[in-house]
Write a protein that binds this ligand. Structure first.
Ligand SMILES: [Zn+2]
Length: 237
């Protein structure tokens, strides 16, 4: 049966499906013995203890939000599909704060575009294997604030057209242009970056020292690192 299926499947289709399938991440890998949430049972118990631990689907919390989840496509620095699907989750207070950002942006005829939100720890391990430079990729010995559901990668778009407004670089540009203080930019770009930092800070986020698109939610250290796949979170345990 198997060989018959293979004969019917052209070689280009086999190659295409291999390159477009998510990278085979070994769920449960914890080489640095981190305090990781790896089961639905532990996650459910944490949510029962404190509802702020809930991972919220940003498309449900912020209707109409634009997602461009690059790690669910080959259009990212690894050149590989990392996520099984283009989903964005964040802890409840983070999602609530992003909703306030989105509402406030609307008064400026702008909106958010999300590149990445919660990232399972297994994906962080994969990133480090592909790009072992902790200036841009989180050190797997510590885990990422994305693994805690408390970091968001984003930019701003025009509310009507959905067009990105000019920023210093593209997402995951690992050059000096990504630095939040990079100076050699047109005035409009400098103003856009300053506006983005201002509005995010107003609603409880901080930008970091290496990437203009990355924001940590204040209080991130109170949330555990997680390695649950999106499939488990979608069911709203
Ligand atoms: Zn980030």
């Amino acid at each position: 049966m198997k060989s018959a299926t293979l004969l019917l499947c052209p070689i280009w289709l086999i190659l295409l499906s291999a390159s477009c399938s998510p990278v085979n991440q070994k769920k449960g890998e914890n080489p640095y013995n981190l305090d990781l949430v790896q089961t639905k049972e532990v996650y459910s118990a944490l949510v029962a203890q404190n509802p702020n631990n809930r991972m919220v689907d940003l498309e449900k919390a912020i209707p109409g939000i634009t997602l461009d989840i690059r790690y669910a496509t080959v259009n990212n620095f690894t050149g590989k599909v990392i996520y099984t699907e283009p989903k964005a989750f964040a802890r409840k207070p983070v999602a609530d704060a992003l909703k306030k950002v989105q509402d406030s942006l609307a008064t400026h005829h702008l909106a958010l575009k999300i590149y990445d939100a919660y990232r399972p720890y297994a994906a962080s391990l994969t990133f480090y294997k592909v790009y072992p430079d902790t200036s841009f990729v989180a050190d797997p010995k510590k885990g990422s604030r994305h693994n805690r559901g408390c970091a968001i990668d984003l930019t701003l778009i025009e509310l009507q057209s959905g067009k990105e407004i000019p920023m210093p670089s593209t997402f995951d540009d690992f050059t000096a242009r990504a630095h939040p203080d990079y100076p050699n930019l047109p005035d409009t770009v400098l103003a856009n970056r300053k506006f983005l930092f201002g509005i995010m800070e107003h609603f409880g986020f901080k930008h970091i020292l290496s990437e203009w698109w990355h924001f940590d939610y204040n209080g991130w250290s109170g949330y555990k690192l997680m390695d649950l796949p999106f499939e488990d979170l979608k069911r709203d345990i």
